[in-house]
Design a protein around this ligand. Structure first.
Ligand code: NI
Length: 172
């Protein structure tokens, strides 16, 4: 089931989310809803706070449509264990900040640990777009958005555009 996505600014997007203690059917259902919401948007990643749930849960799939099979990943309590010195720049966007994109510099390679939907601990090394996406989504769990990496003026400009968008949507 698709869920509505919160648009910045929203206090729920600024919160540090709570760790998940055991993987219940409810949490698995939540992860399925998040994947459906992400694919529908369409997007390559979504964090639980973006649908107003303050749990440490993210989903992502950065497989390129034409060349790779879909690879939906569900991560409970994801953590970056190690990050490369080498960095990468990607033009990032966010489903909570529609139609706004900006270059963000992040470590190029990260080792990530998480609990999967079956309750198993997983670790994997991510590179390139996958690495950027998983870091962007984990940031959401700490109340951080990609625009927080930008200069204040640019961030304020985007925030004002989003406030206007929300006003327009509320009126519609
Ligand atoms: Ni985002």
């Amino acid at each position: 089931m698709k869920r509505p996505i919160l648009i910045h600014p929203d206090p729920r997007l600024k919160k540090v989310c709570d760790p998940v203690s055991d993987i219940s059917d409810d949490l698995r259902k939540l992860a399925d809803d998040m994947l459906a919401t992400m694919y529908d948007a369409p997007g390559i990643g979504l964090a639980a706070p973006q649908i107003g749930v303050l749990d440490r849960l993210i989903v992502l799939d950065c497989a390129k449509e034409e060349t790779e099979k879909p690879r939906p990943l569900v991560m409970f309590n994801p953590e970056v264990l190690a990050a490369s010195e080498e960095t990468n720049v990607y033009e990032e966007g966010c489903l909570s900040i529609p139609d706004q994109y900006a270059e963000v510099t992040r470590p190029k390679v990260v080792d990530v640990q998480w609990i999967d939907q079956n309750g198993n601990l997983q670790t994997e090394t991510f590179d390139g777009l996958w690495a950027t996406c998983v870091q962007h989504e984990i940031d959401h769990l700490n109340g951080k958005l990609f625009i927080d990496y930008l200069k204040p003026l640019k961030r304020q400009m985007i925030t004002r555009k989003m406030q206007k968008l929300k006003r327009e949507r509320a009126r519609a």
